[in-house]
Design a protein around this ligand. Sequence first.
Ligand code: GEK
Length: 241
Amino acid sequence: MAQDTLYATEKSLIAPFSFDEEVVAVFPDMIERSVPGYSLLLPLIGQIAARYAQSHSRCYDLGCSLGAVTLVMRQQIKQEGCRITAVDNAPAMIEQCRTIFAPDGGSIPVDLVEVDISQVPIEQASVVVLNFTLQFLPPAQRDALIQRIFDGLLPGGALILSEKVIFEPAELDELLVRLHHDFKRANGYSELEISQKRTALENVLIAETVPQHQARLRRAGFASADLWFQTFNFVSLLAIK
Ligand code: GEK
């Protein structure tokens, strides 16, 4: 696996972060060393998907990157007649993802679609996963997407929403951000890498609080929206229609 050294040397100008070929080439290493608990979270998402998947329904992996969530759903869902739609709007991600799905041998068909998640139709869905993706959508578009997901879910369907979040009060947020940076340092990132990546993500990854996410999910109509996973300032919520 190629190591992420994208921010290891000092840059005179730090461009806003984008999911281009350079990022795709190091993506598995980048996400593993940057998101605490990522490799633990994946099989647990598969487990939740396996519980909520309904026969002859669709499951969605929105912002699929290299398809990690699609792969765990494909491995763990046992209901008959399910189909997975994996969506990402980064051409480089989709191109690389195609090579990953082909040989995994799963029996659930996967439709890999290059489109903005704000445009993708959600239909006959039993499970929808947004694993660290909503945070990249402009906040003004978030209500509409969550509403479309709710409308496209079958009764009893589940949305798994994982996000980097902000905590209140500010002291707690500062502590969790510091712990996250300690995690990155422990995984070999330098001060320069941490600080340049932080700058690159400014105005690109726009985090909200857990109550903001829960309020949006409730407004859309979800019967419940509960926190089921947290590592420092990274969380996952489970919302049920
Ligand atoms: C995983 N879920 O490995 N439409 C479609 N895709 C988008 C959009 C959008 N509007 N905005 C961002 N993306 C994955 C990890 S990474 C998280 C998800 C991270 C895509 C973007 O191209 C990228 O592939 C993904 O969302 C976010 O479980 O890198 O922190």
